[in-house]
Ligand binder design. Sequence first.
Ligand SMILES: NC(=O)c1ccc[n+]([C@@H]2O[C@H](COP(=O)([O-])OP(=O)(O)OC[C@H]3O[C@@H](n4cnc5c(N)ncnc54)[C@H](OP(=O)(O)O)[C@@H]3O)[C@@H](O)[C@H]2O)c1
Length: 276
Amino acid sequence: MAQAGTQMRLAVLGAGKMGGILIEAFVKRGLVSPKDIRATVGHARDRKNGAKGGVSLGSDNREAARKADAVLLCVKPQTVAQVVDEIRGELNEKKLLISIAASVPTDYIERRLKAKVPVIRAMPNTPSIVGEGVTAIAKGKFAEQKHVDAAQRLFGAVGRTVVVDEKNMDAITGLSASGPAFIYIILESLAEGGVKAGLSRELATLLAAQTALGAAKVAIETGHHPALLKDTVTTPAGCTIDGILELEEGGLRVTLIKAVMKAAQRAKELLIKDEH
Ligand SMILES: NC(=O)c1ccc[n+]([C@@H]2O[C@H](COP(=O)([O-])OP(=O)(O)OC[C@H]3O[C@@H](n4cnc5c(N)ncnc54)[C@H](OP(=O)(O)O)[C@@H]3O)[C@@H](O)[C@H]2O)c1
């Protein structure tokens, strides 16, 4: 198998929102050349758009898989079975299949394949578009360390990677794959607070976003517990503690905990419930 970043030929099946973001990011970061990517979508109306990140779009999954060293499966969970059945004949032990579909276990895919194809399950998120994504990677039954390494190189070009046990994937989906949406709501709400306090929306949004970015960077770079970092902002009898009291009264903590739990629960049942 060719290594990511060294002329790897990649098929991206399902170049929708997430597949499109990954294609654009891989190309932008020079990881895979546009000429080495074959992307597919389901409907003709999308094919009319012609290209994603300079990559031409088609609809022939088999042809795309045949000409690739690695296949990145980015279709909806409910479409995975159909596409895997379609490309089964094009896959073998030498090709790598990476699925980013939420809810779909590696053994569900492996059972549909004839050969002992190495399968990797990955869960990226949308900040990959600016190189600040995080992708969890888990290996299936036939995948070896070299396949994990290849997936890490690929997703490492668009942010951080973490190698995890597959049993954690639904929780990860609820936290870091759904998480950007939760964070955007928090940003929007913080900005509304700024607007209410008299700031322009533009300034308030910038302040909210940069504050979130800065706080996240401090948490990652220091490795300190968020509670400790919060304490450094909270002066006795100052302004922040008054704001924190409002957050506690509004149940922000419990709401966020429940949001992640609900999303994780949904990730567990997505394939099973929506397939029937
Ligand atoms: N969005 C996220 O933040 C995110 C994060 C992590 C993982 N994921 C996973 O990524 C997958 C895609 O999610 P998404 O949000 O990107 O959805 P999406 O925008 O709807 O993308 C799905 C793509 O699959 C295409 N497709 C449908 N049937 C196909 C077929 N038979 N062959 C080839 N392509 C086909 C669709 O094309 P048409 O529109 O033409 O039908 C569309 O371009 C899901 O499994 C999701 O769990 C998403």
